[in-house]
Write a protein that binds this ligand. Structure first.
Ligand code: FAD
Length: 434
């Protein structure tokens, strides 16, 4: 892409570099360009090939609880001993992940849990309207379907736990209705008759393909004058006038930088801010079934089997599982294929598995389940990463908040910073586990 930006008196071609062209980065780049800033978006890959490529496409506004709760402690041993279960730890990775797990455990206490819930609620409650505004503004409302989603149970014994979850969700303002087996069959007749019922979330939705959403936003970025550099950012330094980036193709001076590198954001953040951020990756998998259309009207999650099935324009996507194995170890694609086994019993008729394709991606997760969204280093460094299982859900609203941090109106900037208090980097200052 050609760069039409003109240098200013400082010689800088761009006001701000957004590093990372995942869903968070492209949404931020577009909103920043709409503020009148000259934006360059930088990614080592083409846009949307990180976690944003293969997620489950679920606008999961109902997920207002942190990634772990105390009940997981009881289930943990059996889950970890099952290599194809919903949760896997690569034991060789444990020493690296241990400090993060300790922080996760500390966050199971009541006060931090309540803070996380409040922070997640705020973002989730703003997410659906923000997506509707964003997609309407680029004339692509059809990328989002607002048909709700279902959490279903196969065993009657699961009902008390499901009802307890419903009660907790209702107490947090989530729109949720209990469905019996008949209601499930009416809405999703292709599911197995053995399904006993579930919880239906009307205020959720799904995207017909998460990669198409990134592509559409990237196209809008281009139209708004955003430049794209396919480069890897290796290092960065604060300078008197801004930030100097070292990429694999040379140096680039910008006034500000926004780090949106998903699970890979910790290194650049530490380089620029001096602060270590406890970012871990929860690796997740999908299996795409390209010949499966019209199976489900909306995303369906299995309460017992702990994975989701989302109808997409390119087929049915089976997705989920959490694996702790870091950013460097090769994927265990058998975990993606396991999703096929898990799903077969859930339908009245077997799924067509021909041409199925597996994928693995890195969810970016912080131990309190909240993202980092902040403006530090005298306004030169903006941070937007760590949206865990909810990056697609929260990207549009996060981008609105981040753009307000760069508003020409100082009151607006100040207000945005106040609203972002729960997500600030400084919450990790002076915490013992590093
Ligand atoms: C299996 C699975 C299912 C999921 N399902 C859902 C769901 O249904 N709903 C939902 O809301 N969320 C879901 N998620 C989570 C969601 O996908 C992520 O939270 C989200 O994609 C994160 O977006 P991002 O832009 O922060 O990161 P990414 O999409 O990972 O983008 C980061 C980008 O930064 C680039 N990058 C990194 N380092 C550098 C560097 N040094 N220089 C240049 N470029 C760099 C990468 O190449 C990448 O393109 C799921 C995730 C997984 C894995």
């Amino acid at each position: 892409m050609t760069d039409t930006a003109q240098p200013t008196h400082t010689g800088f071609m761009h006001d701000i570099a957004v590093i990372g062209a995942g869903i968070v980065g492209v949404a931020c780049a577009l909103q920043l360009a709409r503020q009148g800033l000259r934006v360059v978006l930088i990614d080592r890959l083409e846009p949307g090939l990180g976690a944003s490529f293969g997620n489950a496409g679920h606008l999961a506004t109902e997920q207002v609880f942190p990634i772990a709760d105390s009940s997981i402690l009881k289930r943990l041993p059996s889950m970890l001993l099952d290599p194809t279960g919903p949760l896997r730890l690569d034991w060789r990775y444990l020493p690296r992940a241990l400090p993060w797990f300790i922080r996760l455990l500390l966050n199971l206490r009541q006060a931090p849990t309540q803070r996380s819930i409040a922070g997640l609620r705020k973002l989730n409650e703003g997410s659906l309207p923000a997506w509707q505004r964003l997609l309407a503004s680029i004339d692509k409302p059809q990328l989002l379907r607002r048909q709700g989603s279902l959490l279903m149970i196969e065993r009657r014994q699961s009902q008390p736990a499901l009802r307890a979850l419903q009660a907790r969700m209702l107490s947090q303002g989530v729109t949720v209705a209990e469905w019996d087996a008949h209601a499930v069959r009416q809405a999703a007749p292709q599911l197995s008759p053995s399904i006993q019922g579930g919880l239906f979330f009307a205020d959720t939705g799904h995207f017909i393909d998460p990669k198409l959403v990134v592509d559409a936003l990237f196209e809008a970025c281009t139209a708004a004058g955003v430049s794209f550099y396919k480069q890897q950012v290796n290092a960065a330094h604060i300078t008197r006038l801004g930030v100097l980036l070292q990429t694999d193709e040379g140096a680039l001076n910008v006034h500000k930088v926004l780090i949106a590198c998903g699970a890979h954001s910790a290194h650049l953040t530490q380089t620029l801010t001096g602060q270590k951020v406890p970012l871990e990756t929860e690796r997740g998998y999908h299996l795409m079934l390209p010949h499966e259309h019209q199976r489900l009207p909306f995303p369906v999650t299995s309460f017992e089997r702990k994975f989701i099935m989302t109808p997409m324009s390119s087929g049915l996507r089976l997705a989920g599982t959490v694996e702790f194995a870091g950013l460097d170890r090769p994927p265990q694609m058998k975990r993606a294929w396991q999703l096929l086994k898990l799903s077969q019993d859930l339908f009245a008729r077997p799924l067509n598995e021909s041409d199925a394709s597996p994928w693995m991606g890195f969810r970016p997760s912080l131990p309190d389940s909240l993202p980092v969204m902040d403006c530090v280093c005298n306004g030169k460094v903006l941070l937007a990463f760590g949206h865990q299982h909810l990056g697609l859900t929260q990207a549009a609203y996060s981008a609105e908040l981040m753009a307000r941090l760069c508003s020409p109106n100082l009151m607006e900037q100040h207000q945005a910073l106040l609203e972002l208090k729960p997500y600030r980097l400084s919450r990790f200052n002076n915490q013992s586990a590093s």
